[in-house]
Design a protein around this ligand. Structure first.
Ligand code: AMP
Ligand code: TRP
Length: 343
């Protein structure tokens, strides 16, 4: 079999390509940070990195246009405040590069209805938004595959909930390559060992999610120190008192993972640190660790949001860089499928 990496984009420094994105659909939680953004920052020096704000994905559920506009700039400011460097990486808005929607159409012709119908996130969202099961919701993973495949992406850092979508992107790449000859790089998921699935603070069986009706279930990246302390204090725990990472202690294990991600220690080290300590004190130190990371990010985000001209400039330059690369791939795909070139 042809080695897929022959298609791999190498920039002048010979780096592999990394691509990821988040929907500008409102609240961004510490789950998004630990599962995705934090790893982006760690990887951006080693990869030719592309970070997208996926607004085409965001409208697959109902969103007020004014809110979407605001969320977009807030998410961009958050990306930058967390440490994404637009001089080093490409940061852009999905709707600014039309090739994403165009490639999605082509990929739709190699994606099967059956496989999309089986996607767990689609099934969950269809249940949750029963009054709005639109085609976009079902097609969501194909658009995501298009995002990734346009840039010859090698690595996609995401939380565990995106694993199935990544597998579909790989399948579509391979299927297209088989049908039309070698074109796409087959991407790999990067899922962190700790924090790939941050769980709800109220129910450790479900994922921490911004769309949870109970605000105490999640910590938003913009929650104030007081709110963070209160939410951790109210976090559900068992009635035992040992701070151990164990299957039978899912709530404490979740809090230990969060502490590990924010405190910069391993889970083992955290267990050791809290050996003779009660839940109350643990939760208070956990809040301290999270606040220590979030406060400077929040300040930076606020500062960036007051400079709209700068944010727009970042988007403009990002779109130029992304568009150049995406158009090259789209032209190649159009050639492969037999579309007559525009003269
Ligand atoms: P979304 O908010 O669905 O656009 O997700 C953006 C990124 O955050 C994706 O890589 C998700 O896998 C990741 N993510 C979302 N929620 C969590 C969570 N609770 N734990 C870990 N990663 C998450
Ligand atoms: N589907 C992802 C999520 O909900 C967001 C996303 C869209 C994405 N396109 C992507 C993530 C491409 C990684 C790569 O979390």
């Amino acid at each position: 079999m042809a080695t897929v990496n022959e298609n791999s984009e190498r920039d002048t420094a010979g780096k592999k390509v990394l691509f990821s994105g988040i929907q500008p659909s409102g609240i961004i939680t510490i789950g998004n940070y630990v599962g995705a953004i934090k790893n982006w920052i760690n990887l951006q020096l080693d990869y030719d990195s592309i970070f997208c704000i996926v607004n085409l994905h965001a409208i697959t559920v109902k969103l007020e246009p004014a809110a979407l506009r605001l969320n977009t700039l807030e998410l961009l400011a958050l990306y930058l405040a967390c440490g994404i460097d637009p001089n080093l990486s490409t940061v852009f808005l999905q709707s600014h590069v039309s090739a994403h929607a165009e490639l999605a159409w082509i990929l739709n012709t190699v994606a099967y209805v059956g496989e999309l119908n089986r996607m767990t996130q689609y099934k969950d969202k269809a249940k949750k938004h029963a009054d709005n099961i639109n085609m976009g919701l079902m097609d969501y993973p194909v658009l995501m595959a298009s995002d990734i495949l346009l840039y010859k992406t090698d690595l996609v850092p995401v939380g565990a909930d995106q694993k199935q979508h990544l597998e579909l992107a790989r399948d579509l790449a391979l299927r297209f390559n088989t049908r039309y000859s070698d074109t796409f790089v087959v991407p790999n998921a990067y899922i962190p060992k700790v924090g790939a699935k941050v769980m709800s603070l109220q129910d450790a069986k479900i994922k921490m999610s911004k769309s949870d009706e109970n605000e105490n279930a999640y910590i938003s990246m913009t929650d104030s120190p007081d709110v963070i302390r209160r939410k951790f204090k109210r976090a559900v725990t068992d009635s035992d008192s040992s701070i151990r990472f164990l299957k039978e202690k899912p709530e404490i294990s979740n809090l230990l993972s969060i502490y590990s991600a924010f405190g910069g220690v391993t889970v083992k080290e955290a267990e050791h640190e809290f050996e003779d300590i009660g839940y109350g004190e643990f939760k208070s130190r956990l809040a301290d660790a999270v606040i220590a990371v979030l406060e400077p990010i929040q300040n930076k985000q606020k500062q960036l949001l007051s400079d709209k001209a700068y944010l727009n400039q970042v988007l403009k330059e990002g779109a130029q860089k992304a568009n150049y690369r995406a158009q090259k791939m789209l032209s190649k795909v159009y050639r492969k499928v037999g579309f007559v070139q525009k003269s």
